[in-house]
Design a protein around this ligand. Structure first.
Ligand code: TXA
Ligand code: MG
Length: 355
């Protein structure tokens, strides 16, 4: 069991000292919990990879208090980066920037770029200020499993491998940060998050914003594994996966009966009562239709009362963990409407469902 540290001046100071001295500590951020280490301390960073079972070819995100503070780690003189940082930082946005020598190779998996994020979670910021060093932190989950959005999630899956978790309650966003690379002619989105392509495009005016996702997904699919470090775990076809088998259904807003046809095709109906959890984006109105199919009410879940994609992002990982814990072996999930934050939710769902 890891020791839980609270949000008190003493315990935050302790977390900062531990980190500066080379201990790894799980910390809350507004997206998901991160497993943090002093980014300058190679041995400490190595402990992150070991605790997660993460391959060393997957680079980490370095967390700092401001874009200026990133200046010793990376080249920050890029107009699009400045615009986006001004608009969205501190917040759930990560920049891939040309790296400086101060960043150890282990952090960037030998790449010439480094991922920089400026978190807005108050506790994360207090810990950064106390540690007085940049913090390398991937999501605090075993490699390939669902990201943690509470201290309890971290304890449940990494509690035996780490010594300290700072408890900051439930994460506000619930899915990992949007990752961007600002090139000369365009801005590329490497990972979808709650900061959407639409918002990024609007902030940048005329600069084209494109997805790298499709290309990377295809590459990962062809190889089964990342071909090079840029194809991040978040970019892997299979990731964020619970133990239960996941199948996706199209949005019921089109046709409710069709959703159930898809369910019947996905899993044998004899399993409905015991093994299959059915997850809707929004609280379903018609429970009697659902029970007619032999799906008991206790097997029916939803990500949001009202169908808000931001709610779905906030709750999806916790629900997947809960369904695993409850012993469901199969999960049938309705996809979100595919735009804005819904696109980010679908991205996580399709990776969780990938074989
Ligand atoms: O919201 C978040 O970003 C959370 C919190 C803790 O900050 N962190 C997070 O880290 O999701 P992680 O390691 O689980 O995902 C980071 C992603 C990985 O897919 C990694 O491959 C990619 O960022 N990445 C890191 N450095 C990169 C680089 N230099 N070039 C391309 N991708 C990079
Ligand atoms: Mg991760």
């Amino acid at each position: 069991m890891a020791k839980i540290l609270k949000d008190s001046p003493e315990e935050i100071a302790r977390a900062g000292k531990l980190l500066a001295a080379g201990t790894i500590v799980a910390i809350p951020t507004e997206t998901v919990y991160g497993l943090a280490a002093n980014a300058f301390d190679e041995a400490a960073v190595r402990k992150i990879f070991e605790a997660k079972g993460r391959p060393f070819i997957d680079p980490l995100i370095v967390h700092v208090l401001s874009l200026e503070a990133a200046g010793t780690l990376a080249e920050i003189e890029n107009p699009a980066v400045k615009i986006l940082a001004k608009k969205f930082c501190p917040g759930p946005l990560t920049f891939i920037l040309p790296k400086k020598n101060a960043v150890p190779e282990i952090v960037t998996a030998g790449e010439k770029t480094v991922a920089i994020r400026i978190p807005r979670h108050e506790i994360a910021r207090k810990i950064l200020a106390a540690a007085k060093v940049p913090l390398a932190a991937p999501s605090a989950n075993p490699f390939g499993y669902v990201s943690p959005t509470s201290a309890e999630h971290v304890e449940n899956s990494l509690g035996k491998k780490i010594e300290f978790i700072v408890d900051g309650g439930n994460c506000e966003c619930g899915i990992e940060s949007t990752i961007v690379f600002c090139g000369e002619r365009e801005v590329k989105i490497l990972r979808l998050g709650v900061i959407t392509k639409e918002e990024i495009s609007e902030a940048l005016g005329g600069v084209p914003v494109v997805f790298a996702k499709g290309i990377l997904e295809n590459l990962a699919e062809q190889n089964g594994v990342p071909a090079k470090a840029q194809i991040a775990p978040g970019m892997l076809k299979k990731h964020y996966s619970p133990n239960a088998e996941i199948r996706l259904g199209n949005s019921v807003s089109a046709e409710f009966p069709k959703f159930f046809e898809e369910l019947s095709r996905a899993f044998p109906s004899k399993d409905f009562a015991e093994k299959v959890a059915v997850v809707f984006q929004k609280r379903p109105e018609n429970f009697s239709e659902i029970s007619k199919l032999g799906v008991p009410a206790k097997n029916v879940f939803w990500l949001s009362e009202s169908g808000s994609a931001a709610d779905a992002a906030r709750t999806i990982f916790a629900l997947l963990r809960n369904l695993d814990a409850a012993g469901f072996e199969k999960i049938f999930i309705e996809k979100a409407e595919n735009f804005g934050i819904g696109a980010a939710v679908n991205d996580r769902l399709s990776r969780a469902a990938a074989k």
